[in-house]
Design a protein around this ligand. Structure first.
Ligand code: NAD
Ligand code: UDX
Length: 462
């Protein structure tokens, strides 16, 4: 039985996942470690509302378990040494250099973890891949761990995480499935069972699926590719709807009622964002290419091409509609996060739309209920296209939505935050320059209500 768990990586996956394991298994000591001192300090902040990740319900779970059997620390070696089971939950971003640049997953953080575990471990351990990894990564981790020469036995499991941000706690409490891949050997099966026993404290047994390691690794990449493909599919039709007079919301409803298709992930939008979809599809494309499977690679790459097109198309429509120039015009962004109920902005469509408008010399004002000004500036500078200095100057971040919309030529809705629906849109209209435009990248607002006030309203695909 597991008594002591360590998780390397206190991010959007490691933090919530371990908080839930600690809450559901009070007899297991769970220590989450990270190199990032600021992040760990924030997880330990006396005011639990200041934890570094905004996720509905997370602060309550942390408040219950923190200090009891849930700990956050920067002492990675100590946590590794004490643990029977180590989750690796570090980031695996797209490579920005060298072979596979812009496509392959950068596994340097994973390898560093493996080397650190190999160096520190003095007794047998189960190492769990929680990060999303290319198929066959476990064999590389195994090789590193087995060459320590100190006789420690390691079992490597793949246990990919399927939570979505914004609903992480609900997803962790009641997952569609938990996937655990391990070796087919007796020791491998024993390790699988040990992890099954942890989840079985709250997840029904029939939802815990066990497979071989490679199936588990590949299933995670594939699940994200399939989900992203649905968004790109509906987004491709949104453009056709605009040309033909069909309404993409009606089309989505009509096809979603077919039980073979289903209704989820058919919401047309300005384009998908988030830290996972693009990275994981690019990785899948890269793996396919490296096996010489060019048709397979091209098939999945089209999902990304469609998504890039959708973001650009949204910006282009704003420029065209505002009489082909946005130079010196005020455009207010409602929302910067890649979806509602998260403060995560990685790969958010807002960043790319802002960049396109800034290159046309627009003045962008942003209001997002959970994203800080520093983060917004960081995102634009990180993108570092034309001129990051210009980007920083052209963007103002405001704390009040009505202030943000005052004297605007147009409003662009980039995130589907619920609060945007409850605003006094008459008051917003009164403060804006006329004609007043709304470009709704999330099909969030009510067209007839806005048009009755006097807005010119554009939504995606209708
Ligand atoms: P993140 O960037 O939020 O967190 C990763 C953390 O790991 C960072 O805080 C970083 O400082 C830390 N770290 C990196 N190297 C380290 C090391 N050697 N020692 C200690 N700490 C180290 O990333 P995330 O969003 O939590 O994603 C983690 C993994 O989970 C990725 O592989 C991702 O693909 C996968 N995943 C993410 C999501 C999601 O919604 N974010 C969902 C499922 C799976
Ligand atoms: C995704 C997967 O859903 C999750 O299972 C995996 O573990 C991590 O990656 P996440 O990126 O957190 O989760 O959010 P998700 O809800 O999948 O949304 C991704 C993007 O697609 C967001 O920008 C969202 O706004 C967009 N989206 C989603 C749409 O545009 N339309 C939809 O119908 C659904």
């Amino acid at each position: 039985m597991i008594k002591n768990i360590c998780c390397i990586g206190a991010g959007y996956v490691g933090g919530p996942t371990m908080a839930v394991i600690a809450q559901k298994c009070p007899h297991i000591k769970v220590t989450v470690v990270d190199l990032n001192e600021n992040r760990i300090a924030a997880w330990n902040d006396a005011d639990v509302e200041n934890i570094p990740i905004y996720e509905p319900g997370l602060s309550t779970v942390v408040a219950e378990a923190r200090g009891r059997n849930l700990f956050f620390s920067t002492d990675v070696d100590k946590a590794i040494d004490e643990a029977d089971m180590i989750f690796i939950s570090v980031n695996t971003p797209t490579k920005t250099y060298g072979v596979g640049k812009g496509m392959a997953a950068d596994l340097k953080y994973i390898e560093l973890c493996a080397r650190q575990i190999a160096r520190v471990a003095k007794n047998d351990k189960i190492v769990v891949e929680k990060s999303t990894l290319p198929v066959r990564t476990a064999s590389a981790i195994k090789e590193i761990l087995e060459h320590t020469g100190n006789g420690v036995q390691f079992q490597i499991l793949s246990n990919p995480e399927f939570l979505a941000e914004g609903t992480a706690i609900a997803d962790l409490f009641a997952p569609d499935r938990v996937l655990i891949g391990g070796d087919t050997t007796v020791e491998g099966q024993k390790a699988i069972q040990t992890l099954v026993d942890v989840y079985a404290h709250w997840v029904p047994k029939d939802k815990i699926l066990t497979t071989n390691v490679w199936s588990s690794e590949l299933s995670k990449l594939t699940a994200n590719a399939f989900l992203a493909q649905r968004v790109s599919s509906i987004n491709s039709l949104s453009e056709l709807c605009e040309k033909t007079g069909a309404d993409v919301n009606e089309v989505a409803k009509a096809i979603g009622l077919d039980s073979r298709i289903g209704s989820k992930f058919l919401k047309a939008s300005v384009g998908f964002g988030g830290s996972c979809f693009q990275k994981d599809i690019l990785n899948l494309v890269y793996i396919a290419k490296s096996y010489g499977l060019h048709e397979v690679a091209d098939y999945w790459e089209q999902v990304i091409i469609m998504n890039d097109h959708q973001k650009r198309r949204f910006a282009t429509n704003i420029i065209k509609t505002l009489y082909n120039t946005v130079s010196g015009k005020n455009i207010t962004f409602l929302g910067w996060a890649f979806k509602k109920d998260t403060n995560d902005t990685r790969e958010s469509a807002a960043i790319y739309v802002a960049d396109d408008l800034l290159s046309e010399q627009a003045i962008i004002r942003v209001y997002d209920p959970k994203v800080s000004e520093d983060q917004i500036q960081y995102d634009l500078n990180y993108l570092a296209t034309r001129s990051s200095v210009q980007n920083a100057q052209g963007v103002q971040v405001l704390q009040d939505p009505y202030e943000a919309c005052k004297d605007a030529h147009a409003i662009a809705v980039l995130t589907e935050w619920d609060e945007f629906k409850t605003y006094d849109w008459q008051r917003i209209y009164d403060g804006m320059l006329k004609p007043a435009f709304v470009f709704d990248g999330r099909n969030l607002l009510n067209r007839s209500e806005l048009e009755a006030i006097g807005f010119t309203y554009y939504a995606i695909g209708n």
